[in-house]
Design a protein around this ligand. Structure first.
Ligand code: GLU
Length: 428
């Protein structure tokens, strides 16, 4: 979300410009890639439960579709802005390209706070969103998915509205659907597990045994929860997680030196990932300010919440013990912080590589939906591991060979692929 002077789109463009320069990209290609191809802004009127009508603002941005239909989530957030959606759509283009799946980049958002909306009101937002966009999204042009504060249930309402409008069954229109209703086994776990597949590979490269590591996480939503699950299975110990507190409108860090017990912590967590402070205290957690997760003496940091969390003003406070940062969120690190992380010699797995497991599994879901034949969970997760691991290895090899920062190496691979697709189509 944008806060203060922060603008996610300017940040995404700055990251792109740096690598476009490095690649000596021609001006036409730069112009095509640094702004979205298309965007839609619209209103969604909703009959609220109390009898009033409220109008919500929605966006869908299609950044690039040279490599295939646009792909990307729709998020519900009170601080959503069109520039945030533009940035996220651009990052989706690079994300699909870096894992080499035949999809482009898109993103959607609605300015709303699901904490304060009934399920009926949320359903109307979902249906209203699809009514506004039904002609411009679909299995062969733009495929939505869940993101911050949207779930499988929201996807199913959107699918239902789309199918009613089109008068046919189109399960490939949207991904992240419930299992049994066109969803893929493993999709819920995919983003978090994908983060940890890259952590596992990065640790191999650093010659560190996961069993000897500790980690601190920002956020306790779907991505963080599944990342913690797999990281713990590998033998790692999470000592701190932060989570948003809706009542106090701030976040807190929950620290326990003996380690987080995931199933136990989940029993005191709401569906938005909010942890109950009083109950956490009873379970032996220290309740610290929200930004404390970043300064813990751990080996691994995993920002898995929102954008602009590691910045010029706090990156210096990262402990010298930290060896690896794996970005579960989109855009958590500002460019000024990148310079500090690079200087500190911390190994970075950048966002659009680290969190590409979600969209990779969405691609598998689309394939399964379109064939109407569904794979076993192990099959899905093995394919996911393979895709994530080979993408990681390609980026880290290039980083070593050309002595590049990992974010820049990932950008080089992604931008080259998309630029080539634009060229091959005769656009530039
Ligand atoms: N919203 C997720 C992301 O940012 C998943 C997108 C998708 O599955 O299309 O990567």
């Amino acid at each position: 979300m944008s806060s203060g002077d922060f603008n996610a789109f300017e940040m995404a463009q700055a990251q792109f410009d740096k690598v476009a320069e490095l690649l000596n990209l021609d001006n036409g290609t730069r112009e095509v890639l640094r702004i979205p191809l298309r965007e839609y802004h619209f209103s969604i009127p909703v009959h609220m439960d109390d009898g009033t009508t409220e109008v919500f603002r929605g966006f869908r941005v299609q950044h690039n579709d040279a490599k295939g239909p646009c792909k990307g989530g729709i998020r519900f957030h009170p601080q959503e802005t069109v520039d945030t959606v533009r940035a996220l759509s651009m990052w989706m283009t690079w994300k699909c390209a870096v894992v080499n799946i035949p999809l482009g980049g898109g993103k959607g958002g609605v300015i709303c706070d699901p904490h304060n909306l009934s399920m009926n009101e949320q359903q109307q937002i979902c249906r209203g969103y699809v009514r506004q966009m039904a002609k411009n999204v679909g299995p062969i042009n733009d495929v939505p998915a869940p993101d911050v504060m949207t779930s499988a249930q929201h996807m199913l309402w959107m699918l239902d509205e789309y199918e009613v409008i089109h008068g046919s069954k189109n399960p490939g229109f949207i991904t992240g659907k419930p299992v049994g209703m066109g969803g893929s086994l493993g999709r819920k776990e995919a983003t978090g597990y994908g983060v940890i597949y890259t952590v596992r590979e990065a640790l191999k490269e650093l010659k560190i045994d996961p069993k000897d590591t500790t980690a601190s996480f920002q956020g306790f939503g779907n991505v963080a929860q599944h990342a913690i699950e797999l990281y713990t299975q590998l033998g790692g110990k999470v000592i701190c997680v932060s989570s948003w507190d809706q009542e106090d409108q701030t976040s807190y860090s929950f620290k326990r030196e003996t380690g987080v017990d995931l199933p136990e912590l989940l029993t005191i967590t709401n569906k938005f990932g909010g942890i109950d402070k009083a109950k956490a205290k009873e379970l032996g957690y220290e309740i610290l300010p929200g930004d404390e997760w970043l300064v813990q003496e751990v080996d691994i940091l995993v920002p898995a919440a929102l954008e602009n969390q590691i910045r010029g003003d706090n990156a210096e406070k990262i402990s010298p013990k930290v060896k690896l940062i794996a970005e579960g969120a989109n855009g958590p690190t500002a460019p000024e912080a990148d310079a500090i992380i690079e200087k500190k010699g911390i190994f970075l797995v950048p966002d659009f590589l680290a969190n590409a497991g979600g969209v990779t599994c969405s691609y598998f879901e689309q394939v399964q939906s379109n064939m109407n034949y569904f794979w076993e969970k192990d099959d899905v997760l093995n394919r996911l591991d393979l895709k994530m691991t080979s993408a990681f290895l390609a980026v880290s090899e290039l980083a070593k060979k050309k002595n590049l920062y990992m974010r820049d190496a990932a950008y080089v691979i992604a931008i080259q692929r998309v630029a080539q697709a634009c060229k091959d189509r005769g656009w530039v």
